[in-house]
Ligand binder design. Structure first.
Ligand code: UD1
Ligand code: CA
Length: 458
């Protein structure tokens, strides 16, 4: 029986942000969300997240399954664990993990739990050996290599500062052993905080064994600044891309492809450079996306082709094409084989199977049937300054270039509109609607103009 306690009550002063540190995002997921995602496959009995600074904002990004414990005020990591333990149902082991370590993997946490079980230790610490351990707590060992204590940088002498093995702040504790030493942890240190690291020294003093597992330095990286946030995001991005490529997604220049954590890309899809797939976006097999696409909460079906486009809450059907230079806004649905071409904006509209909006158009609040074509410059005039109105276009309709469709208006199946028409009344099926003044010719105009100019000059 194991409980995880995630420490997330600290302020994160160095982010210089009103948003609590663990609520910042890397590749679309909050820092604490990455930690919870690493814990999830372990199926531990309970996960407690200790919140404090910006508690409501942190709570808002947590899933319902976790137990939330509030630490107020924040008196240090030992105090935070005490608060977490008080909120949890009793279990034999406690896995302590900081909420700002998004690079920790499930495999490493599994390894730590296994090492703890093997060693039958009171505590097992995850450590890393860093070239530059500045700022971290150092792991002090005796000549036989047994852990004696963890000393914080600020409380360390020169010899201790020279140690390269650091404390990641990820530990497994025997709950009873931890509970026995926690009340003895004071705050007589440089920061005046109750340090969880003191539990290590106290356990050793009681004759207990401390085991360690040393991990890859990359996983030990925490986030304290925006520089570190950007760095962990880059690592996470590469991990996501590697996983997708291994699963069969083709990537042209993966260093320039951003796929957020909760995006699904099916094997057999191809992503080109400068693609940002965000939120709950889904890309099906055989779809080609990019270059230069920003897609948020968008579904792109099999065989679709999307390039140089911004899509937000859109659905692109099988073999549909989008772009270059298209903007699909929430509720834009392209059915199978439909097209939204160059400089086309579509919002809250369905473009039916095989229908095309190839160039320079605004389509808002419209329903377009099958195999219809909207000429260049078509605008659905959907807003009268007070309310939005719908435009209904049937099947096999031909809308002439530069037609204004003043909604509410309905164009029947197989109807036509003449180029440049302002359509304010419904057009019955099979009808051609033309709304423009008859063309007049002023003959000899050019000659007359020249003559007038000559007369002026004298
Ligand atoms: C801590 C460790 C240090 C280790 C380092 C690794 C202590 C005393 N030191 O230092 O040995 O090398 O992590 O990154 O534990 N928190 C609370 N409540 C508090 C204080 C902190 O929830 O009262 C949370 C923070 O939000 C953070 C984590 O605990 O997620 C670590 O706290 P922080 O103050 O950042 O400790 P470090 O100085 O980084
Ligand atoms: Ca820290």
């Amino acid at each position: 029986m194991t409980t995880a306690i995630v420490l997330a009550a600290g302020k994160g002063t160095r982010m210089r942000s009103d948003l609590p540190k663990v609520a910042h995002r890397a590749m679309g997921r909050t820092l604490v969300g990455w930690v919870l995602a690493a814990l999830e496959p372990l199926h531990l009995d309970e996960t407690v997240v200790v919140v404090g600074h910006g508690a409501d904002e942190v709570r808002a990004v947590l899933p319902d399954e976790v137990t939330v414990a509030v630490q107020e005020p924040q008196r240090g990591t030992a105090d935070a664990v005490e608060v977490g333990l008080a909120a949890a149902a009793p279990t034999e082991r406690v896995l302590v993990i900081p909420g700002d370590m998004p690079l920790l993997t499930t495999a490493t946490l599994e390894g730590l739990l296994a090492a703890h079980a093997d060693a039958e230790a009171a505590a097992t610490m995850l450590t890393a050996v860093l070239d530059d351990p500045t700022g971290y707590g150092r792991v002090v060992r005796d000549d036989a290599g047994r852990v004696l204590a963890v000393v914080e940088e600020r409380d360390a002498d020169a010899a201790t500062r020279a140690i390269h093995e650091m404390n990641t702040s990820v530990y497994v504790f025997d709950t009873a052993a931890l509970a026995a030493v926690l009340p003895r942890i004071g705050d007589a240190n440089h920061q005046g905080e109750r340090y969880l690291t003191d539990a290590v020294g106290l356990l050793v003093a009681d004759g207990a064994t401390i085991a360690t597992l040393t991990t890859d330095p990359e996983e030990a990286e925490g986030v304290n600044t925006h520089v570190q946030l950007a760095h962990v995001a880059a690592v996470l991005r590469r991990r996501i891309n590697r996983r997708l490529m291994e699963a069969g997604v083709a990537m042209v220049d993966p260093d320039r492809i951003h796929v957020e954590a909760d995006v699904a890309v099916a094997p057999g899809a191809t992503l080109w450079p400068n693609v940002y797939l965000r939120g709950a976006t889904e890309i099906a097999a055989g779809a080609e996306v990019g270059p230069d696409v920003d897609a948020l909460d968008t579904t792109i079906a099999e065989g679709a082709r999307v390039r140089n486009a911004v899509l937000d809450g859109a659905v692109v059907g099988p073999r549909a094409t989008v772009g270059p230079y298209a903007y699909l806004r929430p509720g834009a649905v392209l059915e199978e084989g439909a097209k939204a071409g160059c400089h086309v904006e579509i919002k809250n509209s369905v473009v039916g199977r095989g229908s095309k909006v190839p160039h320079l158009a605004y389509v808002g609040d419209a329903t377009i049937g099958e195999d219809s074509n909207l000429g260049a410059g078509t605008v659905t005039v959907n807003y009268d300054g007070y309310e939005k109105h719908r435009t209904i276009i049937g099947d096999r309709v031909r809308i002439g270039s530069d037609t204004m469709l003043v909604a509410p208006v309905e164009i029947g199946d197989e109807a036509y509109t003449g180029a440049g028409s302002v359509i304010t009344r419904d057009v019955p099926p099979g009808t051609l609607a033309v709304e423009r003044s008859p063309q007049t010719h002023v003959e000899g105009y050019a000659e007359r103009r020249k003559r007038r100019a000559q007369e002026k000059r004298g």
